[in-house]
Design a protein around this ligand. Structure first.
Ligand code: GLP
Length: 247
């Protein structure tokens, strides 16, 4: 695993955006696995900026998002489709039909999840998978549990995740209790994984994911088995990782 230790959120965002832009330049028809949450917002800002400067184009890029809340329409301002439109898609030249975000309103989740995985297989898996990490070690919405779930699936959100995400909703009760998440199989099938983390509240999750046992109790720990992971994190998020691991 290659680790970039950046000073702060801004530097982390710029480094992450450089890696994503590099992927696009190297492989204009790449498949980007995209993430939501506050962690990647800054990186998307840089990508939009560089697109506007004519440095990169998303014309041939395909994107597949990690997850979506069950029950939220694309027009809901806390849906992940809305997040992707407002933070990236609406500002660059990606074709609407080349973007995929799980459908939080699907009437048939089982079929939907199978088709989502079939689509990821059909495009040869993701070229570069961007990941944030939950305070409890979740990646996508793969919550801690007693086994890793390979397929795209409907997940019951952990109480701690509902607490953490309540800041985006009017009240805690408004936070959806379920999500559709890409499974560990598609994440591990990505050719490269770009894990990003910022802030002290991610220090335990990053330390456990890097240095702890590989266990579904900390879903991020599975990344120790991926052959091509780049971690971009700020000093606060790396503060609990022993120096020898970073050097
Ligand atoms: C969310 C998302 C994850 C994200 C994580 C951390 O709920 N499903 O994809 O990585 O939690 O979010 P944030 O970046 O806002 O800390």
């Amino acid at each position: 695993m290659r680790i970039y230790r950046e000073k702060d959120y801004e530097a982390m965002s710029r480094r992450a955006a450089q890696i994503i832009a590099g992927e696009i330049v190297h492989n204009p028809a790449c498949v980007l696995g995209l993430a939501t949450g506050s962690t990647p917002e800054g990186a998307y800002r840089y990508l939009v900026d560089w697109y506007k400067q004519g440095l990169i184009s998303f014309q041939d890029v395909l994107s597949v998002n990690l997850d979506e809340y069950v029950g939220l329409a694309p027009s809901h301002d806390q849906s992940y489709r809305y997040f992707m439109q407002s933070n990236l898609f609406d500002h660059v030249d990606i074709a609407a039909e080349n973007t995929r975000v799980p459908d939080g309103l699907t009437k048939d989740p089982e079929t939907f999840c199978q088709e989502y995985d079939a689509y990821i297989r059909s495009v040869g898996y993701v070229s570069l998978q961007l990941l944030g990490i939950g305070r409890n070690g979740h990646i996508g919405f793969n919550e801690p549990g007693d086994h890793f779930v390979k397929q795209t699936h409907v997940v019951d959100l952990a109480e701690s995740t509902i607490d953490a995400n309540a800041r985006f909703f009017a009240t805690r009760d408004d936070v959806p209790k379920q999500a559709i998440s890409m499974g560990i199989g598609a994440i591990m099938g990505a050719k490269k994984v770009l894990l990003c983390a910022s802030g002290e509240e991610k220090a335990d999750a990053i330390c456990s994911s890097l240095c702890g046992p590989i266990t579904p109790k900390c879903p991020g720990s599975i990344l120790q088995l991926h052959p091509n992971v780049v971690l971009v994190a700020d000093e606060a998020a790396l503060s609990k990782v022993p120096a020898g691991v970073i050097a």
